[in-house]
Each structure stands twice: as structure tokens, then as C-alpha cells.
Design a protein around this ligand. Structure first.
Ligand SMILES: Nc1ncnc2c1ncn2[C@@H]1O[C@H](COP(=O)(O)OP(=O)(O)OP(=O)(O)O)[C@@H](O)[C@H]1O
Ligand SMILES: [Mg+2]
Length: 233
């Protein structure tokens, strides 16, 4: 049976997808394509020559499902400390939705992004330790990703309000034509290292931006009442 989402309020949205709490499982979310920014719109926006590629090439849900399924086969349980668990597709009145672990803090609140966390509270020692642990694990499992953007990482807090886990919820996979696993090992390691160095840089840039008194920008600062609404990945 198809899920009814059109009448529900999305708890968050990115440039491409709307995120709903799964109507039947409080610990899962379901992500559907934004009706106001379809795959056709996205393909058009990419321009020539990418506009010649088939639509499924642009489908984040399809890619995320493939990548998470592959990582689960390759690494088993340990990978789900770092990325959200994926439960496959379900039909909805807003099209097919990908069902994933909904990351919540110990108090039940939906976890916020690393961007919102460090903007709001600074780079506290607990958060720093969680990021360091995340980087170690990411390095040892060598997970292929696009840039690790601060609005695509969530901070999960324990009952004392301390950051305990960093979870990647978007941007998995490899943007290259050669599949990540076919690359020579040193190149894979170098790619992973570059993404981690880049993550540290983004954290420092965000702290510097805040110190200068600038605005954070919408992306990744949303709450359920102020959904994000731009189209940047
Ligand atoms: N599994 C999750 N648990 C809790 N919150 C989530 C989860 N997935 C997404 N979110 C929230 O929803 C926002 C948008 O989700 P997501 O990044 O998947 O959308 P997107 O449209 O693919 O993003 P982008 O603009 O980066 O393409 C996130 O920034 C985060 O705040
Ligand atoms: Mg995102």
C-alpha cells in the first residue's frame, strides 16, 4: 500500500529531497524527490553535455540505495555507525521514497547537522572527539564519498546532550566514471584522505565565518518549522 505524505509536514528538506518521518516507524525517515524540483528540472539545470544523460543518473535516492547496499555487503554492521541504515524503497503519493534510519538524539529530538551544531555551540571538545573518531573509522573503512559537507553530517547526542556520533546522511558514492573499488589502493586512500582534510577545512571555515559575524546561510540550519529551500547540493 502506498504511504500518504502529501498531507504531512516534511521535517526537513535539502536542495533535492523532502524528508518525512515515516508514518509507521518513528525511527525511520522517508525521502522523496521535491515536487517543485524534479529530476527533469535538475537535469536541465546541469546543462550540456550532462543534459544528455538518462534521468536515473541524477536520482540521489537510487544512487544512495545502491551505495549503502554495497557498503553493507562489504563491511557489515560497523559501517552503520557512520552512515544511516537503509531499508529500501516504499511507494508514496509523492512518488517512490527511500526509507532510512532517522537519526535522533537520546531525548528523541531529530539530530541536527554538524553545521548547525558548530554554528550554535562552537566546536566543543565532545564534538571534536566525535569528529576525530568519525575520521578514524571513515579512514579505516575507506568509504567513497563526495565532499563531506557540514549540512550532510548529523550530530547525534546522548542523554547528557554531548555529541556521541557523527552520521553521514547524504553525498555517498563516487562522482567519477571509474568505480571507487576498482581504483588502485593508494589512490583510494588518497581520495578518502582528501575528503577528510576538506571536512576539517570546512569546519574551520565555518568557525571563522561565525567569528567574523557573518550569516550561516540557510543550508543545514533548518528546523522543522523553517525548512531549507534552496537548490544547492
Ligand atoms: N536520516 C536522517 N535523520 C535525520 N535528519 C535527516 C536525515 N536525512 C536528512 N535529514 C535532514 O534533512 C536535510 C536534507 O536531507 P538530504 O541532505 O538527504 O536532502 P538532499 O535534498 O539530498 O540534500 P542536498 O541539498 O545536499 O542535495 C538534512 O540536511 C538533515 O537536516
Ligand atoms: Mg543534503
Amino acid at each position: 500500500m502506498s504511504l500518504t505524505l502529501a498531507d504531512e509536514q516534511a521535517f526537513a528538506q535539502g536542495g533535492n529531497r523532502l524528508c518525512f518521518v515515516h508514518p509507521e516507524h518513528a525511527d525511520r525517515c522517508i525521502k522523496v524527490r521535491r515536487p517543485d524540483f524534479t529530476l527533469e528540472d535538475l537535469r536541465r539545470k546541469k546543462g550540456f553535455p550532462k543534459s544528455l544523460l538518462p534521468l536515473h543518473y541524477f536520482d540521489d535516492n537510487r544512487e544512495e540505495h545502491e551505495v549503502i547496499t554495497g557498503l553493507a555487503q562489504q563491511h557489515g554492521e560497523p559501517v552503520f555507525e557512520l552512515i544511516s541504515r537503509c531499508y529500501g524503497f516504499e511507494d508514496s503519493d509523492l512518488g517512490p521514497g527511500l526509507v532510512l534510519e532517522l537519526v535522533r538524539d537520546a531525548d528523541g529530538q531529530i539530530s541536527q547537522t554538524l553545521k548547525a551544531q558548530i554554528w550554535g555551540e562552537g566546536y566543543t571538545p565532545d564534538c571534536q572527539a566525535a569528529v576525530e573518531h568519525f575520521c578514524q573509522q571513515w579512514r579505516s573503512l575507506q568509504i567513497p564519498s563526495r565532499d563531506l559537507l557540514l549540512h550532510n553530517l548529523l550530530v547525534q547526542k546522548d542523554s547528557e546532550g554531548k555529541v556521541r556520533r557523527i552520521v553521514v546522511i547524504d553525498g555517498l558514492g563516487s562522482p567519477n566514471l571509474i568505480p571507487f573499488n576498482r581504483l588502485p589502493a593508494p589512490l583510494r586512500a588518497a581520495k578518502v584522505e582528501r575528503k577528510l582534510a576538506n571536512l576539517q577545512q570546512r569546519i574551520e571555515q565555518t568557525l571563522a565565518k561565525k567569528a567574523r559575524g557573518e550569516q550561516p546561510g540557510y543550508h543545514g540550519m533548518a528546523t522543522a518549522h523553517h525548512p531549507q529551500d534552496n537548490h544547492k547540493g
